[in-house]
Design a protein around this ligand. Structure first.
Ligand code: NDP
Length: 285
């Protein structure tokens, strides 16, 4: 079997088109556009690139894009003040502080400071709790992107076995909850899972978010499974996923490539969450 590709740029473009269309109506109704504030502390090259892409996408869609780049010496107190100002800014509906933060700033204090209504990353404990109980919330962007990719190929999760490898708060756990909401039977694996291969071979859908290059190989994949590879690893100046693409593609029915898979979805989902925040603010369903 040779798997079909689920192409991130293609799925993301379709969603951006929907956002652009809806934005026209929202602008007519309110006379305003969604506002997204991104704060970058320091000069980490990967973070700079991510923030640059967020700014570009946000502007291209016609959002009100505000990016605040502050030096690495910025104190936690100063950062919390900036967040507070955006919490109280009526032109801003989404706030994102680029992670990771320098060591002298406590990540939890920063996440907790963002207003729940403006937490478009979906990391605030109240949003996390609401995701858990299936209530209204902002869904974290990468897991949301994974689910949109499954939706795009028309995959019905009801009654299927889903296996998630990785249990981080930003990918593994939320994606497992979302799969469960769609009525899959979900198993979460991690570094202490005994016989990972045997568990993965039961998966009709396998979502891998580990951060170990090409760890999941074709022999760990059930014939016909759908494989979503969230991993992004730089090996010898080349990007590879957590799944060994060539061997996995021989077994899977669908697979996301790296690069060009889940990666491009994340920013698009951030834009979708920001538009959702704008609609909530203006009581638009
Ligand atoms: P974390 O490091 O936070 O979590 C990794 C998880 O993998 C942990 O739960 C860990 O288990 C598990 N793990 C580690 N080694 C093994 C192993 N040998 N067998 C089974 N499980 C293992 O990573 P993230 O979730 O933040 O990111 C995962 C990957 O996804 C990275 O490559 C990252 O770059 C990428 N990523 C991509 C995004 C995008 O496409 N936009 C966004 C976010 C992440 P344990 O809990 O036991 O330690």
């Amino acid at each position: 079997m040779s798997a079909k590709l689920i192409k991130g740029p293609e799925v993301a473009a379709a969603i951006r088109e929907q956002i652009a269309e809806e934005l026209v109506t929202l602008k007519e109704k309110t006379g305003k556009v969604p506002g997204l504030a991104v704060i970058l502390v320091g000069e980490d090259p990967a973070s700079k690139a991510y923030v640059g892409n967020k700014e570009k996408t946000s502007k291209a869609l016609g959002f009100n894009s505000v990016v605040q780049r502050v030096p690495v010496e910025t104190t936690q107190e100063e950062l919390l003040k900036m967040i507070d100002a955006y919490n109280n800014d009526d032109d801003i509906q989404g706030i994102l502080v680029q992670l990771p933060l320098p060591d002298h700033i406590e990540e939890k204090a920063v996440i907790d400071a963002i207003s729940v209504e403006k937490d478009v990353d979906g990391f605030h404990p109240i949003n996390v709790g609401n995701l858990m109980i299936g209530d209204d919330c902002y869904i974290p962007c990468t897991p949301h992107g994974c689910m949109k990719m499954l939706e795009y190929i028309g995959f019905d999760l009801k009654g299927k076995n889903a296996v998630v490898v990785g249990r981080s708060n930003i990918v593994g756990k939320p994606v497992a909850l979302l799969l469960l909401q769609q009525h899959a039977s979900v198993t979460i694996c991690h570094s202490r899972t005994a016989d990972l291969g045997a568990v993965c071979r039961e998966a009709d859908v396998l979502v891998v978010a580990v951060g170990r290059p090409e760890m999941i190989t074709g022999d760990m994949i059930k014939p016909g499974a759908v494989v979503i590879d969230v991993g992004i690893n730089r090996v010898n100046d080349k990007l590879v996923g957590d799944v060994h693409f060539e061997s996995a593609a021989q077994k899977a029915s669908y697979i996301t490539p790296v690069p060009g898979g889940v990666g491009p979805m994340t920013i698009t989902m951030l834009m979708l969450n920001t538009m959702e925040a704008f609609k909530r603010k203006h009581n638009i369903k």
